[in-house]
Write a protein that binds this ligand. Structure first.
Ligand SMILES: Cc1ncc(COP(=O)(O)O)c(C=O)c1O
Length: 404
Protein backbone atom coordinates (compact mmCIF):
# COMPACT_ATOMS: atom_id res chain seq x y z
CA UNK A 1 0.00 0.00 0.00
CA UNK A 2 1.31 3.47 -0.92
CA UNK A 3 2.18 5.77 1.91
CA UNK A 4 0.05 8.58 0.41
CA UNK A 5 -3.28 9.21 2.13
CA UNK A 6 -5.03 9.24 -1.26
CA UNK A 7 -3.97 5.60 -1.59
CA UNK A 8 -5.03 4.66 1.92
CA UNK A 9 -1.90 5.70 3.88
CA UNK A 10 -2.05 7.84 6.99
CA UNK A 11 -2.51 11.62 6.61
CA UNK A 12 0.11 14.26 7.34
CA UNK A 13 -2.69 16.15 9.15
CA UNK A 14 -3.93 13.47 11.51
CA UNK A 15 -6.63 15.91 12.67
CA UNK A 16 -8.63 18.23 10.39
CA UNK A 17 -6.98 21.65 10.16
CA UNK A 18 -8.56 24.03 12.61
CA UNK A 19 -8.16 27.38 10.85
CA UNK A 20 -8.80 30.67 12.60
CA UNK A 21 -12.23 31.87 11.47
CA UNK A 22 -11.89 34.42 8.67
CA UNK A 23 -12.55 37.30 8.86
CA UNK A 24 -12.04 37.74 12.61
CA UNK A 25 -14.60 39.76 14.60
CA UNK A 26 -14.18 41.94 17.69
CA UNK A 27 -16.75 42.90 20.37
CA UNK A 28 -15.60 46.54 20.42
CA UNK A 29 -16.43 46.82 16.71
CA UNK A 30 -19.85 45.27 17.30
CA UNK A 31 -20.43 47.95 19.93
CA UNK A 32 -19.46 50.70 17.48
CA UNK A 33 -21.83 49.22 14.89
CA UNK A 34 -24.66 49.41 17.40
CA UNK A 35 -23.85 53.07 18.03
CA UNK A 36 -24.02 53.79 14.28
CA UNK A 37 -27.34 51.99 14.11
CA UNK A 38 -28.75 54.01 16.97
CA UNK A 39 -27.45 57.27 15.41
CA UNK A 40 -29.87 56.97 12.45
CA UNK A 41 -27.03 58.18 10.16
CA UNK A 42 -26.04 55.27 7.98
CA UNK A 43 -24.77 56.59 4.65
CA UNK A 44 -24.38 59.57 2.28
CA UNK A 45 -20.66 59.88 2.95
CA UNK A 46 -21.00 60.27 6.69
CA UNK A 47 -18.22 60.98 9.16
CA UNK A 48 -17.05 57.34 9.43
CA UNK A 49 -16.88 56.89 5.66
CA UNK A 50 -14.92 60.11 5.19
CA UNK A 51 -12.54 59.26 8.04
CA UNK A 52 -11.87 55.73 6.79
CA UNK A 53 -11.35 56.86 3.18
CA UNK A 54 -8.83 59.48 4.23
CA UNK A 55 -6.95 57.16 6.60
CA UNK A 56 -6.84 54.32 4.09
CA UNK A 57 -5.52 56.61 1.34
CA UNK A 58 -2.86 58.05 3.66
CA UNK A 59 -1.77 54.58 4.74
CA UNK A 60 -1.07 53.89 1.06
CA UNK A 61 0.72 57.23 0.52
CA UNK A 62 -2.07 58.75 -1.56
CA UNK A 63 -3.71 62.09 -0.76
CA UNK A 64 -7.36 61.22 -1.33
CA UNK A 65 -9.68 58.23 -0.96
CA UNK A 66 -13.23 57.61 -2.21
CA UNK A 67 -15.12 54.80 -0.51
CA UNK A 68 -17.69 52.91 -2.57
CA UNK A 69 -19.67 49.72 -2.96
CA UNK A 70 -17.10 47.34 -4.45
CA UNK A 71 -13.83 46.93 -6.32
CA UNK A 72 -15.52 46.71 -9.71
CA UNK A 73 -17.26 50.08 -9.51
CA UNK A 74 -13.94 51.59 -8.38
CA UNK A 75 -12.33 50.47 -11.65
CA UNK A 76 -15.27 51.81 -13.66
CA UNK A 77 -15.21 55.12 -11.73
CA UNK A 78 -11.46 55.49 -12.31
CA UNK A 79 -11.83 54.93 -16.05
CA UNK A 80 -14.80 57.29 -16.25
CA UNK A 81 -12.99 59.98 -14.25
CA UNK A 82 -10.01 59.66 -16.60
CA UNK A 83 -12.31 60.27 -19.57
CA UNK A 84 -11.82 56.80 -21.09
CA UNK A 85 -14.67 55.82 -23.42
CA UNK A 86 -15.73 54.43 -26.80
CA UNK A 87 -12.89 54.01 -29.28
CA UNK A 88 -10.26 53.78 -26.52
CA UNK A 89 -8.21 50.71 -25.67
CA UNK A 90 -7.32 49.70 -22.11
CA UNK A 91 -4.54 47.16 -21.55
CA UNK A 92 -5.28 44.58 -18.84
CA UNK A 93 -3.58 41.34 -17.68
CA UNK A 94 -4.60 38.02 -19.22
CA UNK A 95 -4.67 36.57 -15.70
CA UNK A 96 -7.01 38.45 -13.38
CA UNK A 97 -10.52 38.40 -12.03
CA UNK A 98 -13.04 39.34 -14.72
CA UNK A 99 -13.80 42.73 -13.18
CA UNK A 100 -10.47 44.09 -14.43
CA UNK A 101 -11.42 43.17 -17.99
CA UNK A 102 -15.09 44.12 -17.64
CA UNK A 103 -14.50 47.67 -16.37
CA UNK A 104 -13.30 48.99 -19.76
CA UNK A 105 -16.43 47.46 -21.34
CA UNK A 106 -18.65 49.37 -18.86
CA UNK A 107 -17.33 52.68 -20.24
CA UNK A 108 -17.52 51.51 -23.87
CA UNK A 109 -13.76 50.97 -24.27
CA UNK A 110 -11.95 47.85 -25.53
CA UNK A 111 -9.99 45.68 -23.08
CA UNK A 112 -6.73 44.35 -24.57
CA UNK A 113 -5.29 41.33 -22.75
CA UNK A 114 -1.54 40.87 -22.30
CA UNK A 115 0.68 38.18 -20.81
CA UNK A 116 2.21 38.03 -17.33
CA UNK A 117 5.70 37.30 -16.02
CA UNK A 118 6.59 33.69 -15.27
CA UNK A 119 7.86 34.36 -11.75
CA UNK A 120 5.40 36.99 -10.39
CA UNK A 121 2.47 36.15 -12.77
CA UNK A 122 1.72 39.91 -12.90
CA UNK A 123 1.55 41.99 -16.08
CA UNK A 124 4.77 41.73 -18.10
CA UNK A 125 5.92 45.31 -18.84
CA UNK A 126 7.34 44.16 -22.21
CA UNK A 127 4.01 42.59 -23.17
CA UNK A 128 2.27 45.82 -22.15
CA UNK A 129 4.57 47.92 -24.31
CA UNK A 130 4.19 45.56 -27.27
CA UNK A 131 0.39 45.91 -27.14
CA UNK A 132 0.30 49.72 -27.28
CA UNK A 133 -1.47 51.26 -30.28
CA UNK A 134 -2.43 54.87 -31.03
CA UNK A 135 -5.79 54.09 -29.38
CA UNK A 136 -4.31 52.94 -26.04
CA UNK A 137 -5.46 55.35 -23.32
CA UNK A 138 -5.03 53.38 -20.09
CA UNK A 139 -3.41 50.32 -18.51
CA UNK A 140 -4.64 48.39 -15.47
CA UNK A 141 -1.83 46.32 -13.90
CA UNK A 142 -3.01 43.98 -11.13
CA UNK A 143 -0.98 43.22 -8.01
CA UNK A 144 -1.96 39.56 -8.16
CA UNK A 145 -2.31 37.10 -5.22
CA UNK A 146 1.01 37.43 -3.37
CA UNK A 147 3.04 39.57 -5.72
CA UNK A 148 3.17 43.02 -7.26
CA UNK A 149 3.31 44.15 -10.84
CA UNK A 150 6.53 45.99 -11.73
CA UNK A 151 4.71 49.22 -11.16
CA UNK A 152 7.59 51.64 -11.65
CA UNK A 153 8.50 50.12 -15.01
CA UNK A 154 4.85 50.08 -16.10
CA UNK A 155 4.38 53.73 -15.06
CA UNK A 156 7.54 54.74 -16.95
CA UNK A 157 6.35 53.03 -20.15
CA UNK A 158 2.89 54.56 -19.71
CA UNK A 159 4.33 58.05 -19.21
CA UNK A 160 6.41 57.71 -22.38
CA UNK A 161 3.25 56.98 -24.38
CA UNK A 162 0.84 59.34 -22.58
CA UNK A 163 -1.14 56.40 -21.11
CA UNK A 164 -2.98 56.66 -17.77
CA UNK A 165 -2.38 54.01 -15.08
CA UNK A 166 -4.99 52.45 -12.78
CA UNK A 167 -3.48 50.03 -10.26
CA UNK A 168 -5.84 47.19 -9.40
CA UNK A 169 -4.90 46.58 -5.75
CA UNK A 170 -7.80 44.24 -4.92
CA UNK A 171 -5.26 41.69 -3.59
CA UNK A 172 -2.67 44.04 -2.13
CA UNK A 173 -3.95 46.04 0.87
CA UNK A 174 -1.00 47.42 2.77
CA UNK A 175 1.56 46.43 0.13
CA UNK A 176 4.61 48.66 -0.32
CA UNK A 177 6.93 48.90 -3.33
CA UNK A 178 10.24 50.56 -2.53
CA UNK A 179 8.64 51.82 0.68
CA UNK A 180 5.69 53.45 -1.08
CA UNK A 181 2.10 52.23 -0.87
CA UNK A 182 0.41 50.37 -3.70
CA UNK A 183 -2.28 52.51 -5.27
CA UNK A 184 -0.10 55.61 -5.12
CA UNK A 185 2.04 54.98 -8.22
CA UNK A 186 -0.58 55.23 -10.96
CA UNK A 187 -3.19 57.93 -11.50
CA UNK A 188 -5.69 55.93 -9.45
CA UNK A 189 -5.51 52.88 -7.17
CA UNK A 190 -8.51 50.54 -6.92
CA UNK A 191 -9.20 48.35 -3.87
CA UNK A 192 -11.87 45.75 -3.08
CA UNK A 193 -13.27 44.85 0.36
CA UNK A 194 -15.33 41.89 -0.85
CA UNK A 195 -15.84 38.98 1.57
CA UNK A 196 -12.64 37.05 0.76
CA UNK A 197 -10.26 40.01 0.70
CA UNK A 198 -7.44 40.88 3.15
CA UNK A 199 -9.62 43.71 4.47
CA UNK A 200 -13.33 43.12 4.15
CA UNK A 201 -16.70 44.48 5.15
CA UNK A 202 -18.59 41.85 3.15
CA UNK A 203 -18.53 44.27 0.22
CA UNK A 204 -16.85 47.60 -0.43
CA UNK A 205 -14.26 49.31 -2.59
CA UNK A 206 -12.06 52.39 -2.56
CA UNK A 207 -10.23 54.58 -5.07
CA UNK A 208 -6.99 56.28 -4.06
CA UNK A 209 -5.50 59.21 -5.94
CA UNK A 210 -3.29 62.21 -5.27
CA UNK A 211 -4.85 64.28 -8.07
CA UNK A 212 -7.45 66.67 -6.68
CA UNK A 213 -9.37 66.99 -9.93
CA UNK A 214 -9.55 63.21 -10.40
CA UNK A 215 -10.66 62.88 -6.77
CA UNK A 216 -13.50 65.29 -7.45
CA UNK A 217 -14.55 63.46 -10.63
CA UNK A 218 -14.39 60.02 -8.96
CA UNK A 219 -16.32 61.33 -5.95
CA UNK A 220 -19.03 62.91 -8.08
CA UNK A 221 -19.30 59.90 -10.41
CA UNK A 222 -19.92 57.57 -7.46
CA UNK A 223 -22.16 60.04 -5.59
CA UNK A 224 -24.78 60.83 -8.27
CA UNK A 225 -22.99 64.08 -9.11
CA UNK A 226 -22.65 65.59 -5.63
CA UNK A 227 -19.25 66.94 -4.62
CA UNK A 228 -18.04 65.15 -1.49
CA UNK A 229 -19.22 67.12 1.53
CA UNK A 230 -22.34 68.49 -0.23
CA UNK A 231 -25.47 68.48 1.92
CA UNK A 232 -28.09 65.99 0.76
CA UNK A 233 -30.52 67.73 -1.60
CA UNK A 234 -28.24 70.78 -1.85
CA UNK A 235 -25.63 70.29 -4.57
CA UNK A 236 -23.27 73.28 -4.66
CA UNK A 237 -22.56 72.87 -8.38
CA UNK A 238 -23.34 70.32 -11.10
CA UNK A 239 -20.82 67.63 -12.12
CA UNK A 240 -18.90 67.86 -15.39
CA UNK A 241 -21.05 67.59 -18.53
CA UNK A 242 -21.89 63.99 -19.51
CA UNK A 243 -20.12 62.36 -16.55
CA UNK A 244 -23.34 60.27 -16.22
CA UNK A 245 -22.92 59.85 -12.47
CA UNK A 246 -24.02 56.78 -10.47
CA UNK A 247 -24.89 55.99 -6.90
CA UNK A 248 -22.03 53.74 -5.73
CA UNK A 249 -22.08 54.92 -2.11
CA UNK A 250 -21.19 52.55 0.71
CA UNK A 251 -22.29 52.80 4.35
CA UNK A 252 -21.10 53.95 7.76
CA UNK A 253 -21.35 50.36 9.04
CA UNK A 254 -18.79 49.11 6.54
CA UNK A 255 -16.49 52.05 7.20
CA UNK A 256 -16.41 51.20 10.94
CA UNK A 257 -15.49 47.56 10.27
CA UNK A 258 -12.76 48.56 7.83
CA UNK A 259 -11.30 51.32 10.00
CA UNK A 260 -10.72 48.71 12.71
CA UNK A 261 -9.05 46.36 10.19
CA UNK A 262 -6.89 49.21 8.92
CA UNK A 263 -5.59 49.78 12.44
CA UNK A 264 -4.64 46.08 12.62
CA UNK A 265 -3.30 45.86 9.06
CA UNK A 266 0.39 46.35 9.70
CA UNK A 267 0.58 43.73 12.47
CA UNK A 268 -1.57 41.31 10.43
CA UNK A 269 0.56 41.85 7.30
CA UNK A 270 3.78 41.20 9.22
CA UNK A 271 2.37 38.00 10.71
CA UNK A 272 1.33 36.76 7.26
CA UNK A 273 4.64 37.81 5.74
CA UNK A 274 6.61 35.85 8.37
CA UNK A 275 4.68 32.67 7.51
CA UNK A 276 5.00 33.44 3.79
CA UNK A 277 8.78 33.92 4.12
CA UNK A 278 8.97 30.50 5.78
CA UNK A 279 6.93 28.89 2.99
CA UNK A 280 9.08 30.53 0.30
CA UNK A 281 12.25 29.21 1.97
CA UNK A 282 11.04 25.66 2.61
CA UNK A 283 8.83 24.93 -0.41
CA UNK A 284 11.49 26.12 -2.85
CA UNK A 285 13.82 23.40 -1.51
CA UNK A 286 11.48 20.73 -2.92
CA UNK A 287 12.50 19.77 -6.48
CA UNK A 288 9.78 20.80 -8.95
CA UNK A 289 8.06 23.18 -6.51
CA UNK A 290 8.40 26.94 -6.90
CA UNK A 291 6.51 29.66 -5.07
CA UNK A 292 5.10 32.80 -6.70
CA UNK A 293 7.87 35.39 -6.46
CA UNK A 294 6.95 38.44 -4.37
CA UNK A 295 7.12 41.83 -6.07
CA UNK A 296 10.75 42.52 -7.04
CA UNK A 297 10.91 45.78 -5.05
CA UNK A 298 8.39 44.75 -2.39
CA UNK A 299 9.32 46.25 0.96
CA UNK A 300 6.00 44.95 2.30
CA UNK A 301 4.48 42.13 0.30
CA UNK A 302 0.87 41.63 1.28
CA UNK A 303 -0.67 38.24 0.56
CA UNK A 304 -4.22 37.58 -0.58
CA UNK A 305 -3.47 33.92 -1.32
CA UNK A 306 -0.11 32.12 -1.50
CA UNK A 307 0.82 30.92 -5.01
CA UNK A 308 2.76 27.65 -5.44
CA UNK A 309 3.67 26.04 -8.78
CA UNK A 310 4.58 22.50 -9.69
CA UNK A 311 6.78 21.78 -12.69
CA UNK A 312 4.93 19.16 -14.79
CA UNK A 313 8.29 18.01 -16.22
CA UNK A 314 9.32 16.50 -12.87
CA UNK A 315 6.09 14.51 -12.46
CA UNK A 316 5.86 10.79 -13.19
CA UNK A 317 4.19 9.81 -16.44
CA UNK A 318 0.41 10.33 -16.23
CA UNK A 319 0.56 12.58 -13.16
CA UNK A 320 -0.61 16.18 -13.41
CA UNK A 321 -1.09 19.21 -11.17
CA UNK A 322 -4.65 17.98 -10.51
CA UNK A 323 -3.22 14.74 -9.07
CA UNK A 324 -0.82 16.68 -6.84
CA UNK A 325 -3.71 18.84 -5.59
CA UNK A 326 -5.93 15.83 -4.93
CA UNK A 327 -3.12 14.08 -3.05
CA UNK A 328 -2.41 17.20 -0.96
CA UNK A 329 -6.07 17.59 -0.10
CA UNK A 330 -6.21 13.91 0.89
CA UNK A 331 -3.27 14.49 3.26
CA UNK A 332 -5.53 17.00 5.03
CA UNK A 333 -3.93 20.04 3.34
CA UNK A 334 -7.35 21.48 2.57
CA UNK A 335 -7.96 24.97 1.18
CA UNK A 336 -5.23 24.51 -1.40
CA UNK A 337 -6.99 24.92 -4.73
CA UNK A 338 -6.60 25.49 -8.46
CA UNK A 339 -7.95 29.07 -8.63
CA UNK A 340 -9.98 30.58 -11.46
CA UNK A 341 -8.89 27.83 -13.87
CA UNK A 342 -8.58 29.87 -17.07
CA UNK A 343 -7.29 33.12 -18.50
CA UNK A 344 -9.75 35.96 -17.99
CA UNK A 345 -11.66 35.77 -21.28
CA UNK A 346 -11.95 31.97 -21.11
CA UNK A 347 -13.61 32.02 -17.69
CA UNK A 348 -17.17 30.70 -17.70
CA UNK A 349 -18.74 33.99 -16.67
CA UNK A 350 -16.94 36.02 -19.38
CA UNK A 351 -19.63 35.91 -22.05
CA UNK A 352 -18.53 38.80 -24.27
CA UNK A 353 -18.63 38.97 -28.07
CA UNK A 354 -15.09 38.52 -29.45
CA UNK A 355 -15.18 41.82 -31.37
CA UNK A 356 -15.52 43.75 -28.07
CA UNK A 357 -12.08 42.75 -26.73
CA UNK A 358 -8.65 41.89 -28.08
CA UNK A 359 -6.17 39.25 -26.99
CA UNK A 360 -2.57 40.26 -27.54
CA UNK A 361 -0.57 37.68 -25.51
CA UNK A 362 -1.28 35.09 -22.82
CA UNK A 363 0.84 31.96 -23.35
CA UNK A 364 3.00 32.25 -20.21
CA UNK A 365 0.15 32.67 -17.78
CA UNK A 366 -2.10 30.14 -19.49
CA UNK A 367 0.58 27.47 -19.03
CA UNK A 368 0.85 28.39 -15.33
CA UNK A 369 -2.93 28.37 -14.88
CA UNK A 370 -3.53 25.05 -16.64
CA UNK A 371 -0.45 23.07 -15.64
CA UNK A 372 1.27 24.55 -12.61
CA UNK A 373 -0.61 26.80 -10.17
CA UNK A 374 -1.92 25.84 -6.74
CA UNK A 375 -3.18 28.52 -4.35
CA UNK A 376 -3.08 28.22 -0.58
CA UNK A 377 -5.79 30.14 1.23
CA UNK A 378 -4.84 33.17 3.35
CA UNK A 379 -5.78 31.21 6.49
CA UNK A 380 -2.54 29.22 6.13
CA UNK A 381 -0.64 32.50 6.55
CA UNK A 382 -2.81 33.81 9.36
CA UNK A 383 -2.34 30.73 11.49
CA UNK A 384 0.38 29.22 13.67
CA UNK A 385 3.77 28.41 12.11
CA UNK A 386 3.17 24.71 12.89
CA UNK A 387 0.38 24.71 10.27
CA UNK A 388 2.81 25.94 7.60
CA UNK A 389 5.36 23.32 8.69
CA UNK A 390 2.78 20.59 8.15
CA UNK A 391 1.83 22.07 4.79
CA UNK A 392 5.46 21.83 3.69
CA UNK A 393 5.58 18.23 4.96
CA UNK A 394 2.50 17.38 2.88
CA UNK A 395 4.11 18.89 -0.25
CA UNK A 396 7.33 16.95 0.43
CA UNK A 397 5.48 13.69 0.89
CA UNK A 398 3.36 14.07 -2.27
CA UNK A 399 6.27 15.21 -4.43
CA UNK A 400 8.49 12.34 -3.25
CA UNK A 401 5.85 9.94 -4.45
CA UNK A 402 4.84 11.70 -7.68
CA UNK A 403 8.25 12.89 -8.93
CA UNK A 404 10.21 10.83 -11.48
C1 LIG B 1 -8.08 41.46 -9.17
C2 LIG B 1 -9.47 41.88 -8.83
N1 LIG B 1 -9.95 43.06 -9.29
C3 LIG B 1 -11.18 43.48 -9.01
C4 LIG B 1 -12.03 42.74 -8.23
C5 LIG B 1 -13.42 43.23 -8.01
O1 LIG B 1 -13.74 43.46 -6.71
P1 LIG B 1 -15.25 43.32 -6.17
O2 LIG B 1 -15.54 41.87 -6.02
O3 LIG B 1 -15.21 44.05 -4.87
O4 LIG B 1 -16.14 43.98 -7.16
C6 LIG B 1 -11.58 41.51 -7.70
C7 LIG B 1 -12.39 40.67 -6.86
O5 LIG B 1 -13.11 40.29 -6.35
C8 LIG B 1 -10.28 41.06 -8.02
O6 LIG B 1 -9.83 39.89 -7.57
Amino acid sequence: MSKLAIDGGSRVFAEDVNFEVWPPVYPEVAEKLTQIYMSHKWSFYGAEEMKFAENFAQYHDAKFGTFMVNGTTTLESALKALGIGPGDEVIVPSWTWMATGMAPLYVGATPVFVDGEKDTFCMDPAAFEAAITPRTRAVIPVHLFGSMADIEKICAIAAKHGIRVIEDCAHAHGGKWNGKGVGSFGDVGSFSFQQSKIMTAGEGGLCTTSDEELFDRIGRFSHIGYALGSKQGKPAAPPAMDLDCRNYRCTEFQAVILQDQLERLEADSLRRKANADYLHAELNKIPGIKTQAPGRCATMQSYYVFGITVDPAVLKEGKTKADVLAALNAEGAVEVFAGWGAVTWKQRLWNVSPERFRVESFETVEDIILNRIMLADIRWLNGERSLCEKLVEAFRKVMEEYSK
